[in-house]
Design a protein around this ligand. Sequence first.
Ligand SMILES: [Cu+2]
Length: 483
Amino acid sequence: MVSNSESGRLTPVNSRGQGQSRRRFLQAAGALAATGAVPGPSWALAQVDDGFLELTARPAPKRLYENTGLPSDLWTYNGTAPGPEIRVKHRERVRVRLINELPEATSIHWHGIRIDNAMDGVAGLTQDPVPPGEVFEYDFEVPDAGTFWYHAHTKSWNQVGRGLYGALIVEENTPPTGREQDLVLVVDDWRLTRDGRLDTESFGSLHDWSHGGRLGNWLTVNGRTNPDFRLQAGEIYRLRIINAANARILAIDPKRIGGDLIAYDGQPLAVPRPFDWEVELMGPGQRFDLILRPEAESDLALVELSGNQPLTFARFPVEQGGAIKAPDVRLPKPNPFAAPDLGAARVFELDMTGGAMGRMGQILHKGEVLDRDGMRRTGQVWAFNGHAGNLEAPLFQAHLGETVVIRTRNLTRWPHAMHAHGHHFRILQDGALGEWRDTFLIAPEEQVEIAFQAENPGKWLFHCHMLEHAAGGMTSWFEVLRA
Ligand SMILES: [Cu+2]
C-alpha cells in the first residue's frame, strides 16, 4: 500500500524518505523529457468502413512508473490509456462501436455532451450494461464545440481508475489556432505500489470511499510522466486540460503557465479571463481551455500544488520562433443555450451528508436504514437528502423549458465535484449567473446554487464526480419530461 494517500500528496512510490523520493521522481521525469510531444492515437486510425470507430475495451499492459518500471495491468480502449482521441467537427456525428473484452460489463459516457438520453451511457439508468463479449453502438450528434471527454460509466471507480477514458474534441468551424498548436492534455493520478505497478488491490477500499476518494501517487499527462510540449515563441497555442483523475482536485499554479482561460468544461467564456488566480482548482471531470502566447526565454510548466511540495507535471520549452502572431485570436463563440428564467425557476434542495468525520445522519439505501454494519456491507456511506445511491426515484422532475435551480448544501467534511448529465448550468452568485459549466466544486459547509433550463428530455444523472463518492452513495438523477 502507498503512504500518504489521504493527505493528497503525490508521494512517489519509493519509500526511502521524501527527499530521496523527490529526486527519484525528478530523475524519472528527466529521463522521459526527451520523448517530446507525440500525438496520441486518433479517431481516423481506428475508424472502420461503415464510419464507426471501434473502441475495444480490453486489458493491456503499460508502464506508468519510469520507462524501465514494471508494466501495470490497465484496462484500455484499443490498448492505450488514454484511449484514442476522438476529434470531430461541430455538429458532426460520433459513431462508436464499443466492443467489450473486459472481464466485466461496461458502458461509455460522453462527458459534457448534451446528448440523446439513450446514448448517455449510464448503466442502469439510460442503457443496460454491455456484458463481456458483447457490443454496443453509440451514435449521436455533438451540439456544442469544445473540449469534452469520454469514460466508462459502469463501476467507474474501478474502470476509470484502470484507464478507461479518452479525449473527445469537438472543433469549432473556425478554431482559434492551427491543429499543430492545439494541445490536448489528459491528466490522471495513478496509485502505484512500491514496485511501480498500478495498485489494483486497493480498488473498492472503504477508507477511500468514505474519505477523499481514491487519490493516486503518480501523475501523468497522456499516460506519460512530465512530458515536454515544445512551443515556438510568437505562436498562439490552445491547451485543453482534462482532469481524468478519480478523485483528485488538481490545484494548478497559474504563475508557471499564465495565458487566458477561454473555456470551462468545454463551454467558451463570454469574456476570457487571465489565468492568474492564486491557485486554479480543477475538479475531477473538469476541463480548462487555455490560450498561451509564449515568449522566447519563458519557462512555462504545469505545476500541481495539492501535494506537500509543488510538482511539475508538464513542461513547455519555448524555442525561438518566427513572426509574432497578431494578438487578436478568433476566440470560440459561446454555444447556444436556452437562458435560465430565474423569475420562474423551481428550486430543489440537495443536502449532502455522510462520509468520515462528518454528521452521518440517517442513510436510507434500497428501503433499509443503514447502521454501521450496513454501511460496511453495502459501501453506502454518503447520502443526498438522506438517500444513498438512489436510482429508484428521481431527485426531481422538470418539464421541458422549465428553469431549475438546485441548491446544494455540503454538510460533510469533504469537498465534492458535482456533475450534471445532459445539461450545462450556471452558478448563481449574489443573484448573478456565472459561466456555463457541467461540474462544480463545493467545499465543506458551503452552499452552491446552480441554474439551468431543462432542455433535454430524459433521465439525467446528478452525482459527485469523485468516483468513489458516487459509488458510495452520492448518486441521484432528475428527469426532464417532454410535455
Ligand atoms: Cu464527492
